[in-house]
Design a protein around this ligand. Structure first.
Ligand code: ADP
Ligand code: MG
Length: 698
């Protein structure tokens, strides 16, 4: 239950004045649907309107506030495109106010000839004469003080005016300041004193009304405090969820190793050093009576699946069951395809459960799962459903878990109250960021590729050379190889993505003939699978896709990947995509097609991806080129986005918040002391409701 104190901040943004039906969607887009979203929508700059020169003193290019007498209106001749001009002056000279598209009545009302007005805006010189186009403010002289200020500049979205955003943010701030009057301080007073940080209310006030340019820097004390609030809330939530999973007594699972030995003997390769090390770490965790909570991080193709399988065998050897959960149906099916032969070799019954299983067959499967006949289950979110029960779930493997929320992680592990949890991710997360997203989860890294991998040749080329690309595809097809053609995300719209992919699909069919397939996010799972199956088998050589193929898909015959508008993708995303090829024995090429002109950073990014295949190097470069906030904050990754913290500027705060969170929970694990209760408010403020519920239910 969210504390009543915070209710005003969690009203819809529509409850604020000036947010009517027309602009509400724009505010949703700009900040979010709630009042609190506008509270976190902080200015990124200031306009200093305090300078009040005479016309003669006004400097070109500078924002100034002037008091002028309105002399004469000079509307453009009818049907002319010329602007509407108004001559205005003080005792030192004349300045022309310039308006494009202005109605005469309105202008006369706003700037009545013979009267004085205070105007504020940027002064420019045109033909040696001072002018001001579209002043930001025009007010009666009695209101001069109201505009002669330092004005915050908020990030904008098309369709909203700075004035509206300013007003709405002001109301959100006013509500928050009311809340701040009664809200308890959740930060440690000694930390506040040592850092010189203001209280919450004062920090918000200072952040929304920056006194100068320095005050909008992430290093300004008010900004640091707010960022710290957010980081602390995140870290607390992570630790709470983790403690919850850990604190339940686990079970020591060892197993005699006979299944593992047989499986290893049956593999057509030997494990890499990194795989062996990871497996030892996992086995050691599982042998402990506490719960395992371990992240298996390895670049695409580093061989996570076989490690996961061997970990599952440990659970099986100890008599328990194992589950593997994937974020999408395609991936679940692929895992099933990989694991089924291994399971068969081990004489283990394995099954697949997705949202598509219904009726009698599903019931039968659930019964076999409940009585332990099915020992390994692979599936999607469908594994969470209430009627899915296990006889004894010993290990949960979660693939590509950045797509799952914390709640979901809790959900599946609840199916096996003492189950160990192994999370696999291919996202090579730079070390500093691991902390943010996984707390202090234990990590095994597969930092070594299996031998014999073919390096991928990566070429960067302009869209003007598309015919060369088509020729390359024709050559690959003639040699019996397969081709991925990836279409970019078009803005933030799935429909537009789809349209781009569809039209490219039509084009390619025309030039390449019928053996072209299409998959995109909007397709029904069954249709997607059918296309994927054709691509993996016979009947389809070129797969046009949106980023749905990003993770996990495995078609060894695919040797060419074309990525259109490569400049629009994140580096890590390009790397993940490219990992779909180079999986067979043939040489593979990745063609990054860009649409110029490219900016400095875009060029640099494509160069990085061309020059290295090392996921960690790419992640570090990505971090350097884009900044931490963005690396994981993309829509695709589903990683939490910080509203106030800027991981580039606030890395040290992250470390402190992490240590602080650990200490807090060591002293008061249920957040029941005075500070603990204040911290609950903080958790709710940052919408970490699930974490608070977790402490509550104990
Ligand atoms: P990831 O899931 O980490 O992207 P996979 O587990 O899908 O990687 O492995 C990619 C391919 O490499 C699979 O075909 C797998 O059988 C193979 N592989 C895994 N480990 C090794 C190894 N030690 N030596 C050779 N090939 C391996
Ligand atoms: Mg994989």
């Amino acid at each position: 239950m969210r504390p009543e104190l915070l209710y005003p901040l969690f009203q819809p943004v529509e409850s604020l004045k000036g947010v009517g039906a027309r602009v509400a969607p724009l505010f949703h887009k700009l900040a979010g649907p709630k009042v609190v979203d506008m509270l976190w929508h902080l200015p990124t700059g200031v306009i200093d309107r305090r300078d009040r020169p005479t016309v003669a003193e006004a400097m070109p290019g500078k924002v100034a506030t002037l008091v002028l007498t309105i002399d004469e209106h000079r509307p453009p001749p009818p049907a002319s495109r010329a602007p509407y001009r108004v001559a205005a002056s003080d005792e030192t000279g004349t300045l022309t106010l310039v308006f494009f598209r202005a109605g005469r009545d309105y202008m006369l009302k706003m700037l009545p000839p013979g009267e004085q007005r205070a105007v504020s805006g940027r002064v420019e010189y045109f033909n040696d004469l001072p002018q001001m186009a579209h002043p930001d403010h025009i007010v009666p002289v009695s209101d001069l003080a109201q505009i002669q200020t330092v004005e915050p500049v908020y990030p904008m979205t098309q369709g909203l005016t700075p004035k509206t955003v300013h007003k709405v943010a002001g109301q959100a701030l006013a509500l928050a300041l009311k809340v701040a009057e009664t809200a308890p301080e959740w930060l440690d007073p000694t930390l506040l004193a040592r850092r010189g940080w203001p209280g919450w209310g004062a920090a918000l006030e200072a952040a929304h009304h920056p006194a100068d340019e320095d005050a909008v820097s992430p290093l300004a004390p008010a900004r640091q405090r707010l960022a710290y609030d957010e980081l602390l809330a995140t870290q607390l939530a992570l630790f709470i969820v983790r403690a919850k999973m850990r604190d339940r007594p686990g079970r020591a699972r060892t197993g005699a190793g006979e299944m593992r030995a047989a499986a290893l003997a049956g593999l057509p390769f030997t494990l890499t050093g990194a795989q062996t090390r990871a497996l030892e770490e996992i086995a050691a965790d599982m042998a402990k009576p506490a719960r395992m909570l371990r992240l298996l991080q390895g670049d695409v193709g580093s061989g996570k699946t076989v490690v996961a399988w061997l970990a599952m065998l440990i659970a099986l050897e100890s008599g328990a069951q194992a589950a593997l959960m994937a974020p999408t149906e395609i991936l679940a099916r692929q895992h099933m395809e990989t694991l089924a032969p291994l399971a068969e070799a081990s004489g283990v019954r394995i099954a697949l459960l997705t949202g598509r299983d219904k009726g009698k067959p599903r019931e039968a499967l659930l019964a076999d799962l409940a009585d332990g006949t099915v020992r390994v289950i692979v599936g999607t979110h469908a594994l969470f459903q209430d009627d899915v029960t296990f006889r004894d779930l010993g290990l949960v493997v979660i693939d590509e878990q950045h797509r799952f929320g914390v709640d979901q992680r809790l959900g599946l592990s609840a199916k096996g109250p003492d189950a160990d949890v192994l999370v696999m991710t291919a996202t090579p997360i730079p070390r500093t960021l691991t902390l943010t997203h996984y707390g202090d989860m234990d990590i095994s890294r597969l930092d070594e590729k299996p031998p014999g991998r073919q390096p991928i040749r990566t070429v960067v080329l302009s869209v003007q050379r598309l015919t060369e690309v088509i020729d390359a595809i024709k050559r690959a097809m003639a040699a019996g190889h397969k081709v991925y053609w990836v279409c970019p995300l078009v803005e933030e719209s799935e429909t537009a993505d789809m349209a781009a992919a569809e039209s490219r699909y039509e084009d390619l069919r025309e030039v390449l003939g019928g053996r072209v397939g299409l998959v995109h996010g909007r397709m029904k799972a069954a249709d997607k699978d059918a296309v994927m199956a054709r691509f993996a088998g016979e009947g389809c050589d070129v797969l046009v896709a949106t980023t749905v193929i990003e993770v996990g898909v495995n078609v060894p015959a695919a040797t060419v990947m074309v990525i259109e508008h490569a400049e629009r993708f994140g580096l890590s995303q390009l790397h993940q995509l490219r990992g779909r090829i180079g999986r067979g024995s043939e040489k593979s090429s990745c063609l990054l097609v860009y649409q110029g002109p490219l900016g400095e950073v875009a060029r640099e990014r494509l160069r990085v991806i061309r020059d290295t295949e090392d996921g960690f190097v790419i992640a570090e470069e990505d971090l350097r080129l884009r900044g931490a906030g963005e690396v994981l904050g993309t829509r695709q990754s589903g990683m939490p986005n910080f509203r106030l913290a800027d991981l580039d500027a606030h890395t040290d705060l992250l470390e402190t918040a992490s240590a602080d969170a650990k200490l807090i929970l060591a002293r008061d694990p249920d957040l029941e002391g005075e500070r603990g209760r204040a911290l609950r408010v903080l958790l709710y403020l940052f919408e970490r409701d699930a974490a608070v519920r977790t402490v509550r239910s104990g």
